[in-house]
Structures are given as structure tokens and as C-alpha cells.
Design a protein around this ligand. Structure first.
Ligand code: NAP
Ligand code: ZN
Ligand code: ZN
Length: 349
């Protein structure tokens, strides 16, 4: 086993602190990756604080991983030492069910094996994420980072990028569609960039008035502050598609009223439950759906799309010892727009 420096939460009420984990040596089908950067997703905070229940401790979060292949197993065919690669939200799945065969491993019928706060396929070895210096992963669950991408700004694509790209693609958002992105955080700002790159006309709906200029700079053509109830009247029945990335509880019914007939609202944010009325759905045959990250094939497609369109996250790179303060700022919607940990800071922590 490989002794590996990491940052972990010991319990749901502890701050993250230095910790050591054991990584396995690269088996025949594995690659061992030296981690360079890891993004900080709001899901890290939900899970560290056990806001979804069932958290496993000690927890080493992090599922927006970019690094370099350090070793490859004897049977590995896809990767070579030195390749720049990514690891996203899962590191394995059953590989045999319908969703796995269709490249939608995130919907694996046996449950995907998440990158942290889960178990390997044996059901008992805990998984640890990217707030660590290296990770060992089966070669089929590794992504290729296209040449020339800025690595710190690419890490967030592995979750925030694919989580917004996948529903935009799946629900067929196209050139000229009117798209609203709700919440301008890590996911939201990627949603704005990707939907704009797809040719959509994007409006940001935000509870932070100060984000207007930024929203326009990121590619939105309009910005509305949702704390003003008038917005929900002015903008009624105007959007083809709404991507809701909000991490805190809010009234879905109000947002549904902003969809035109047959429009679709997709939830990707995962806050506490909220009551839903039939009315706004029934009245204009609107649809409400959800979407979970994306499969390996689609994640690679997203990375290639972002390379082609020069899309990357706007990030604040931090040393790992600033992680607890960073969490506080994320919770206050005070990040422009993703914290990314420089893992070199962990080597000497
Ligand atoms: P984030 O960076 O914290 O962004 C969330 C945004 O929600 C904030 O920037 C803020 O935008 C808005 N918001 C926060 N509190 C609010 C409040 N009280 N009222 C109204 N709006 C509020 O988080 P993230 O990393 O983008 O993640 C967003 C959510 O997606 C989290 O729940 C996360 O767990 C979930 N997630 C889901 C998937 C999936 O596969 N479905 C994948 C990754 C993450 P404004 O300031 O613009 O209002
Ligand atoms: Zn995430
Ligand atoms: Zn499966």
C-alpha cells in the first residue's frame, strides 16, 4: 500500500484536517495518478456535514480531480505514464447493467462507486477523494484532459462541467433557445458558459444582486434578481429550459411559472425537500426533471467540447490549509466561481 497525505473530516462536525490514507498499488487494470488540482464542490460540503445522511467517516472529499499518470498496471492499454488525466464523481460501476452498457454509469442499477464517501466494488473498502496527493483508479474510469487546457481551471469540469453539460445535451438545448440558469455558483457559472457555447440565449436568475456584471461577462444576455417577486411576473412563460443549480431550499413552483408551454426545468442542485404544486406543471404542460452528473463517455465529450470552445471554470486556487475557510465562503455564495485546491500544498503540509 502507498501511504498518502490527505485532508479528512473525522466527523460531521469536525473541520477538515491533515490525515494519512493508504492507496493501493496499481493493479493490472489500474492507473496511479499524482493529483495536481482538485475542485471544491458544494456536494463536498453537503457530505462532510452529513446533510444527505449516511456519510462515512473519516471522509476525504474531492471529485474534481486533475493529475498526471505516475504508474500503469500491466494490462492497461489506454494510458501511459505522464498522461494528463481527470477523475470525476465515480471510480467504478457494475459494467454490466443497461445504464453501464449505455455509458450512463452514473445510473448503474447496482449503484455507481462514488469517488469518496462510498465503497469500492467489494462493498467494504472505503473510497477517498481528491483532497489527497494520489489516487488509484481502474483505467476505464479515467478521462483524458485535452492538450493545452489550463489544468486548475479544468478540474471543476469533472463535476460542475459535466453536471450542467449533460442535461443541456440530453434535453436538446439548441441554438437560439431561451435558457435560464438559476444560481450563479460553481455549477451555475459552468451552465452559463456551456449553454452560451451551445448557442443558447442565457438569463441568470440569482439571489445575489452583485453578480450582474459577472453574469453578463460569463456569457449571459440578461440577469434577474430573484429576491424581487416582480421577476416572476415579468418573466412568466418565457424560457424553453431552466437549469436549477441552487444548493439551498427554494420554491420550485415559482420558477416553473417562468417556463413557456412544453418547457422543461431540470434540477441539478440538491437542497432539502420542497413542496411541489401540480398547478404550474399542468397549466402549460411543463416538465420537471432531474439529472445526475454524466457518464464516462459523455464526460469525455464535454471535455472535448470545452477544449474546442475554450471553456474553463473561473477559479480561486487555494492551498489546502484554507479549505475550511473556503467552505464557509461557498455556503455564503461568496466564491467566484469555484475553489480549486493546489495539491502541491499538501505535499509539504
Ligand atoms: P455553489 O457554488 O454553492 O452554488 C450554489 C448557488 O446557489 C449559489 O452560488 C447561489 O447562487 C445559489 N444559492 C445559494 N444559497 C441560496 C439561497 N439561500 N437562496 C437562493 N439561492 C441560493 O454550489 P455548487 O457546487 O454549484 O452546487 C450546487 C448544488 O448542486 C449543490 O446542492 C450540489 O450538491 C449539487 N450538485 C448536484 C450534482 C448533480 O449531479 N445533480 C452535481 C454536483 C453538485 P446566487 O448567488 O447566484 O443566487
Ligand atoms: Zn460535485
Ligand atoms: Zn451498472
Amino acid at each position: 500500500m502507498l501511504e498518502t497525505p490527505a485532508y479528512a473530516a473525522a466527523t460531521s462536525s469536525s473541520a477538515l484536517a491533515p490525515h494519512t490514507i493508504q492507496r493501493r498499488e496499481a493493479g493490472p487494470h489500474d492507473v496511479l495518478i499524482d493529483i495536481l488540482y482538485c475542485g471544491v464542490c458544494h456536494s463536498d460540503i453537503h457530505q462532510v456535514r452529513n446533510e444527505w445522511g449516511g456519510s462515512i467517516f473519516p471522509m476525504v472529499p474531492g471529485h474534481e480531480i486533475v493529475g498526471q499518470v505516475a504508474r500503469v498496471g500491466s494490462q492497461v492499454s489506454k494510458w501511459q505514464v505522464g498522461d494528463t488525466v481527470g477523475v470525476g464523481c465515480f471510480i467504478d460501476s457494475c459494467r454490466d447493467c443497461g445504464p453501464c452498457r449505455e455509458g450512463e454509469e452514473q445510473y448503474c442499477e447496482q449503484g455507481m462507486n462514488v469517488t469518496y464517501n462510498g465503497y469500492e466494488r467489494d462493498g467494504k473498502t472505503p473510497t477517498y477523494g481528491g483532497y489527497s496527493t494520489r489516487i488509484t483508479v481502474d483505467e476505464n474510469y479515467v478521462l483524458r484532459i485535452p492538450q493545452g487546457m489550463p489544468l486548475d481551471r479544468t478540474a471543476p469540469l469533472l463535476c460542475a462541467g459535466i453536471t450542467t453539460y449533460s442535461p443541456l445535451r440530453h434535453f436538446g438545448v439548441k441554438q437560439g433557445d431561451r435558457v435560464a440558469v438559476v444560481g450563479l455558483g460553481g455549477l451555475g457559472h459552468m451552465g452559463v458558459k456551456i449553454a452560451s457555447a451551445m448557442g443558447a440565449r442565457v438569463t441568470v436568475l440569482s439571489h445575489s444582486p452583485g453578480k450582474r456584471d459577472e453574469a453578463l461577462r460569463l456569457g449571459a444576455e440578461d440577469f434577474m434578481v430573484t429576491s424581487d417577486p416582480q421577476v416572476f411576473k415579468d418573466k412568466a412563460a418565457r424560457f424553453d429550459f431552466i437549469l436549477d443549480t441552487v444548493s439551498a431550499q427554494h420554491d420550485y413552483n415559482a420558477y416553473l411559472g417562468l417556463l413557456r408551454r412544453d418547457g422543461t426545468m431540470v434540477l441539478v442542485g440538491m437542497p432539502e425537500p420542497t413542496a411541489l404544486s401540480a398547478g404550474p406543471l399542468v397549466m402549460q404542460r411543463r416538465r420537471l426533471a432531474g439529472s445526475l452528473i454524466g457518464g464516462i463517455r459523455e464526460t469525455q465529450e464535454m471535455l472535448d467540447f470545452c477544449a474546442e470552445h475554450k471553456v474553463a471554470a473561473d477559479v480561486e486556487v487555494i492551498p489546502i490549509d484554507r479549505i475550511n475557510a473556503a467552505y464557509e465562503r461557498v455556503v455564503k455564495s461568496d466564491v467566484r466561481y469555484r475553489f480549486v485546491i493546489d495539491i502541491a500544498s499538501l505535499q509539504d503540509a
